[in-house]
Write a protein that binds this ligand. Structure first.
Ligand SMILES: [Fe+2]
Ligand SMILES: [Fe+2]
Length: 457
């Protein structure tokens, strides 16, 4: 039950965060809306419920007394919306119509200021012809808005395991960046604390499941690439910094700075940001302004660190001091800005973009190494050694015909550890029977990676 519920809430939260980035009729919003409504119906039918009630207590989503830890992190935008409506939960009737749900989504994007009280929130919903989605009082102990069974179970267990899914971690990261960009577009403050909290999850996950996460971070989806790019840059930066054994606090700050480094792009006109071709001179000079704008935006926020501002300002400044924004040659650069600059360039070279082919890491490293003065040489060398020619998260084919997922980079950068997922003849191996092959060990010396699959098919 809880797995279905988690999925349902994640779809709901994704729909809300997607609506913050796109207009209501956008195909992405429409397909997520359809997915949410069909899952809602199924969930209600399966559990014989007229309506699904999701409570919110002290910033956490709660269902039948269970504190839904994972969805609470993914669902920050949903929780903030509840705050604006002064409510302690939403109930979605199984017959909620597409029009009603769309009207609610429009409100999530349009409602800038909180309403005065719950009554006003309810009137607002009714004024938008929303009848099958209701909002409830805050939880008030014994006289709360939900059934007695639910009330008696408010202090339920935690479903923290939820966040062990790389898809959801990725989604939380993605939402947090999308939310920050959406907030800037609408002139609201950025929820820096939320960015920090997802950065903490990213850090935890990077240490244990980096390859799983990077698999999700391949996002060949052009119009979300600014957001996907930021997540991937942040994950690469944390991964590299982790290999230096830097303190947890520094790693957290790097993650947050990485997630926010391109926030200035939210002020760049879409026709330039998503132009399906190379930018001309004027367009490029508009685009270049995103670094300075990002730094200015972050300086105006509470709870940002110097590093967030420095990373937004300096991630396009090259090692020799050229690049943009222009600054005096003597100006000191923070080493972490140089680290993010490397991750940023690598991500841009290896990712899918409307105007360029996807390059292999090997090709990207060759370009970066040739670019004299472009990057801090010592950091670039560490980056190449850490990420490897076959970075974790990539699917590869080995010389014996088996296929698998790169788990770790070896001491030789072209000999990673691979989790084998198919037989040499291409049959899938069940997850429990999959095994790891370390190409660095003598018994596997005859094997080699023959190609990267997501790039070459
Ligand atoms: Fe940038
Ligand atoms: Fe960037």
């Amino acid at each position: 039950m809880f797995e279905n519920l988690n999925n349902l809430i994640v779809v709901l939260c994704r729909t809300i965060s997607t609506r913050q980035l796109y207009f209501g009729e956008h195909p992405k919003v429409a397909s997520l809306t359809a997915e949410f409504l069909s899952q809602l119906k199924l969930f209600c039918e399966e559990h014989k419920m007229e309506k699904l009630f999701i409570g919110i207590i002290e910033g956490n989503l709660v269902f039948e007394g269970r504190n839904l830890v994972g969805p609470s992190i993914v669902g920050k935008q949903f929780i903030r919306f509840a705050d604006k409506l002064h409510c302690g939960g939403f109930s979605f009737a199984h017959q909620t119509s597409e029009e009603e749900f769309k009207a609610l989504l429009n409100l999530t994007s349009e409602l800038n200021k909180p309403v005065e009280n719950l009554k006003e929130g309810r009137e607002l919903l009714v004024s938008r012809d929303i009848f099958n989605i209701e909002i409830a009082h805050h939880y008030l102990g014994s006289s709360g808005p939900v059934s007695r069974d639910q009330q008696s179970a408010w202090q339920g267990q935690d479903t923290g395991d939820f966040l062990h899914s790389p898809t959801l971690i990725y989604q939380a990261l993605f939402d947090s960046v999308a939310q920050a960009h959406g907030d800037v577009m609408r002139g609201n403050d950025i929820d820096i604390d939320n960015t920090k909290s997802v950065s903490e999850y990213m850090l935890h996950f990077t240490q244990t499941h980096f390859s799983d996460m990077m698999q999700h971070v391949h996002y060949p989806d052009y119009d979300s690439y600014t957001v996907g790019h930021s997540v991937r840059v942040a994950a690469l930066a944390v991964y590299l910094a982790h290999s230096f054994n830097w303190s947890k606090e520094v790693l957290l700050n790097i993650g947050t700075a990485g997630l926010l480094h391109d926030v200035g792009k939210s002020r760049i006109p879409e026709e330039i940001l998503y132009k399906p071709g190379k930018l001309n001179k004027e367009e490029f000079s508009v685009m270049m302004a995103h670094s300075q704008m990002g730094a200015e935006i972050l300086m105006g926020q509470k709870n940002t660190t110097h590093l967030d501002v420095a990373a937004a300002w300096g991630h396009h400044i090259r090692h020799d001091g050229s690049g943009y924004p222009s600054q005096p040659k003597w100006a000191i650069r923070h080493p972490i800005t140089s680290l993010l600059q490397i991750c940023d360039a690598f991500e841009a070279l290896t990712a899918a973009r409307p105007y360029k082919p996807v390059l292999t890491p090997h090709m990207a490293f060759a370009i970066m190494l040739k670019d004299k003065g472009g990057f801090n040489p010592a950091l670039l060398a560490s980056f190449i050694a850490t990420v490897g020619i076959y970075p974790p998260g990539n699917l590869v084919k080995l010389s014996d015909g088996t296929k698998g997922l790169v788990i770790r980079v070896g001491t030789k950068i072209d000999r990673p550890t691979v989790k084998i997922m198919t037989t040499p003849t291409g049959e899938d191996i069940p997850p429990d029977d999959q095994y790891q092959v370390d190409l660095n060990t003598p018994e596997h010396q005859s094997l080699a990676v023959s190609k990267m699959l997501h790039l070459e098919g």
